[in-house]
Design a protein around this ligand. Structure first.
Ligand SMILES: [Zn+2]
Ligand SMILES: [Zn+2]
Length: 131
């Protein structure tokens, strides 16, 4: 598996690049997906006066205006990640569903290391995992 690294934030609904314990690190992103109605554009959070409404509860097609509810739309998204495992130091790539699960009590995107199989969590920003 070779993931294509994103070139621009414009093609993403999510991006993070962060350090983990023990010199581990993870860069993760989710690409926007095509509008299922017109197939002409990628859907994203609504934009108002040039600003993306990141807290909006829906995704909108900039081409035809088709709106999809957040939970429904996010089922079609995939988190792709490149990481250095904080447990075994393995450098790998992973894909996981765009769905936060509880990881040490914090909502996180979770995937398993391809080598040691330990779970690696991408926690929501600004929240520290409970030790
Ligand atoms: Zn559309
Ligand atoms: Zn590992």
């Amino acid at each position: 598996m070779t993931l294509k690294e994103p070139e621009s934030m414009d093609e993403l609904v999510y991006f993070t690049n962060r350090l983990l314990d023990n010199d581990g690190k993870v860069m993760a992103w989710a690409y926007k997906v095509d509008c299922p109605k017109c197939h002409k554009a990628k859907m994203g959070k609504p934009v108002e006066k040039g600003k993306v409404k990141t807290r909006a509860n829906e995704y909108v097609c900039p081409e035809c205006g088709y709106t999809e509810e957040k939970a429904e739309h996010e089922k079609r998204l995939t988190i792709e990640a490149k990481y250095t495992c904080p447990y075994c130091g393995f450098c790998g790539e992973a894909e996981t569903e765009y769905k936060r699960k509880s990881f040490n009590g914090v909502p996180s995107f979770v995937f398993s290391c391809g080598k040691c199989q330990k779970k690696i969590g991408i926690t929501k920003k600004m929240k520290l995992a409970k030790k």
